[in-house]
Design a protein around this ligand. Structure first.
Ligand code: HEM
Length: 440
């Protein structure tokens, strides 16, 4: 137990109450804390180490550039272990983390994106064909469908077919059940046991594992055979000593990419639609850029790097509505950060949301204005929707590429507006977003 006076000030309410704020009203909670306690404060939740949030570029830089042995990240993500498994990049630290990252990095290099871009466009077009005209529909759901299809094809290399169909269904069910992290907590699962969906997750994971191991075995037998998907690349990948990844490691990394990459990208897309549909002049500018760069045909890989306003729009939406509010590192040694001496065992957390809304960095921080990113290089300690340092999101380029393709295709093919009388997406939350829009 770390004494209160050893840590920066923070809310005095019991940890259970702070947890309720954190779950049900994270944004007002963080903003209230920043107003009361400043740019560094401590939050206490039940059964977790206290976490100290920072929102100045200096402190964020100290954390992201600090020694990873002193500031491991894997231990802060334990809640995901039942889902993603012990070999997941999310949970690894030290030498094993570096080893997995080296094996996985080539799958996410810039030039790989061109291969995935075709699938991203196809999946967007297929989904767009089903959109209704003249009535409201939830954009967020469509984005979830697209990003799931994209991951299943590009990461899992899934084709159509009964066996793949079953795996697809199981993975989709797992994402729905896993969307509520409380269902992953072991004591919660034990508490509600047989009568709840906690049980279903374990069953589902068993079925997913059987289907996934069969896919892995098939890939090992066939070899890469010119396949472009990430599973095929990872099956072929070897480290410096010629050692490939084991079946268990492959299984865990596949589930990791699905869990880390699906909902994040879908929600970020939904927020971007929300932001631009509230500002019709931004939509006009985006369309003008698309006409100038892409013309009347479909968006192709060579266009992507030239869509500067689209790039700025996505960044601005990720600044205003970052998908993850914080990233965490656990202190393994006492350390001075942001001028504060902190003891071992504390979780230090660069707060993405509060840094992105820090008025010392951003003028009118709550206003959505893509122009602020045009022609500017921004510090990675002032803007970091994908985290930072050696734990920076491995799928960031993939996600940005996909977002550009989806937005470009949708803006070229559909005319959307915010549905009249729709409930405002809960501004208090980072996720989920309602994102209702009507096609006109
Ligand atoms: C808009 C979409 C996305 C957002 C906002 C996002 C955000 C993040 C953040 C904030 C982190 C933690 C970084 C840190 O601790 O410093 C992270 C890590 C990670 N993300 Fe993403 N991500 C997105 C999409 C993706 C995609 C598409 C994939 C893979 C297909 C992916 C795979 C991962 C993995 C494997 C990690 C763990 C990296 C490590 O610990 O070394 N993410 N992401």
């Amino acid at each position: 137990m770390i004494a209160r006076k050893a840590l920066p000030a923070g809310p005095k309410s019991p940890p259970a109450v702070q947890l309720l704020h954190w779950i049900f009203r994270p944004i007002p909670f963080m903003r209230d804390c920043a107003r009361r306690y400043g740019r560094c404060f401590t939050v206490r939740l039940p059964r977790t180490p206290p976490f100290v949030l920072f929102s100045t570029p200096e402190a964020v830089k100290e954390i992201f550039t600090g020694d990873p042995e002193q500031l491991p990240a894997g231990e802060t993500r334990e809640i995901l272990r039942p889902l993603v498994g012990q070999h997941s990049l999310l949970l690894l630290d030290g030498a094993r983390h570096r080893h997995h990252r080296r094996l996985m990095a080539p799958s996410f290099h810039g030039e790989r994106m061109q291969a995935y871009g075709q699938v991203m466009r196809e999946m967007t077009d297929r989904n767009l064909d089903t959109w209704p005209t003249g009535r409201a529909f939830p954009v967020h759901t469509c984005m979830q469908e697209i990003t799931l299809d994209v991951i299943l094809r590009t990461v899992f290399g899934m084709d159509e077919g009964p066996e793949q169909g079953r795996l697809r269904q199981c993975l989709a069910d797992m994402l729905t059940l896993g969307a509520n992290p409380i269902r992953l907590i072991p004591w919660f699962q034990r508490l509600v046991g047989f009568f709840t969906k906690g049980r279903q997750i374990a069953d589902l994971l068993q079925e997913i594992d059987a289907l996934l191991y069969a896919q892995i075995a098939q890939r090992r037998q066939q070899g890469g055979a010119g396949r472009e998907d990430i599973l095929s690349l990872l099956v072929e990948a070897h480290d410096e000593d010629g050692r490939p990844m084991s079946d268990e490691e492959l299984r865990d990394e596949m589930i990791t990419m699905l869990v880390a990459g699906h909902e994040t990208t879908a929600t970020s897309l939904a927020w971007t639609f929300h932001c631009i549909l509230e500002r019709p002049e931004v939509v006009d500018k985006l369309r003008a850029e698309l006409r100038a760069v892409v013309g009347s045909g479909p968006v192709e890989p060579q266009h992507i790097a030239r869509l500067d306003y689209l790039d700025a729009t996505i960044k601005e939406s990720q600044r205003v509505y970052p998908i993850l509010p914080i990233v965490g590192r656990l202190l393994h040694e006492p350390l001075r950060i942001g001028g504060q001496d902190l003891p071992t065992g504390v979780m230090v957390a660069p707060c993405i949301y509060l840094t992105h809304h820090n008025p010392d960095i951003w003028s009118e921080p709550d206003t959505f204005d893509p122009d602020r990113f045009l022609g500017k290089r921004v510090s990675p300690y002032e803007f970091f929707p994908f985290g930072g340092g050696i734990r920076h999101c491995i799928g960031a380029a993939f996600a940005l590429y996909e977002m550009k393709i989806v937005l470009a295709q949708v803006l070229s093919r559909a005319s959307l507006r915010i549905a009249p009388g729709r409930s405002d997406p809960a501004r208090d939350y980072l996720c989920p977003v309602a994102g209702n829009a009507g096609r006109v």
